[in-house]
Design a protein. Structure first.
Length: 261
């Protein structure tokens, strides 16, 4: 069994130092690693990340992170990512890592993801150039995530760590008008075709914790306003070998129509 501590949307600002640190030392007896699901800062300023890094030094277990839209706001992603990496924190963006935890091999693929909406209420790659660019960016984020998941060979578990949601189910409670800005069904396709065993995401402060993709992959919204704790612990026990449901891939349908690989 692997024990995962997960949380997103910490939204640290310059004055947040010591807000998170007191809860981290106990993780040594509670979890094998800590996952951070993006929006670590308010506006992506290095001073905000400095405050968070100070607190994360109190964490006694490995930390894996993705960034969120707030962390991108000031266009200083390389700087704030380097601050995390200098402390030994792994920052994933459309790539993956493999960890050995005891006798178990764990693969984690991470990406920020993007918006776009969900089947029946989503954007399309049609019309104005800006709209096409929006949806193409969303689709490419998903395709890169899928490739990262598929590249995790010979692992016991595959985790997808995102900021944006792959399913509308965990958005329940948010205004439906903003669903297209909270996630996209492309991400669900990436998760299912990449054979992830579970997904963790944040971003949807007004959503709910539990959902699943169309292919049956469990999804957990770990935004701190949702879980209402400094973090939440999830146990990964030996997985059932029941095949996940097959779903049509709209990414592939699009590619066939446009003759893209």
């Amino acid at each position: 069994m692997i024990r995962i501590a997960a949380v997103g949307d910490l939204h640290f600002d310059r004055l947040s130092r010591n807000r998170f640190a007191p809860f981290l030392p106990d993780l040594v007896d509670k979890a094998d690693l800590l996952l951070l699901a993006g929006d670590l800062t308010q506006i992506g300023h290095p001073d905000e990340m400095k405050a968070l890094v100070h607190d994360l030094r109190a964490c006694p277990i490995p930390i894996i992170s993705v960034l969120g839209n707030h962390d991108y706001h000031m266009d200083m992603v390389p700087q704030i990512s380097e601050m995390l990496e200098d402390e030994g924190i792994i920052v994933l963006e459309q790539n993956a890592i493999t960890l050995d935890i005891g006798q178990t091999k764990l693969g984690i693929a991470g990406a920020k993801g993007f918006g776009g909406g969900f089947v029946g209420a989503c954007g399309s790659d049609f019309g104005e150039q800006s709209m096409k660019e929006f949806m193409r960016h969303s689709r490419q984020e998903a395709r890169n995530l899928e490739a990262a998941l598929k590249g995790l060979d010979d692992v016991d578990y595959k985790i997808a760590l995102l900021h944006y949601s792959p399913t509308a189910q965990t958005l329940s409670g948010e205004k439906k008008e903003i669903y297209p800005f909270l996630g996209c069904y492309y991400l669900a396709e990436a998760v299912d075709y990449g054979a992830a065993d579970i997904v963790f995401h944040g971003h949807a402060h007004g959503g709910i914790e539990k959902g699943q993709t169309p292919g049956g992959t469990p999804v957990r919204n770990v935004a701190q306003p949702v879980i209402r704790h400094p973090y939440k612990i999830y146990d990964l026990t030996p997985k059932d070998k029941v095949p996940k449901r097959e779903i049509p891939s709209r990414i592939r349908q699009y590619d066939e129509l446009t003759h893209k690989s």
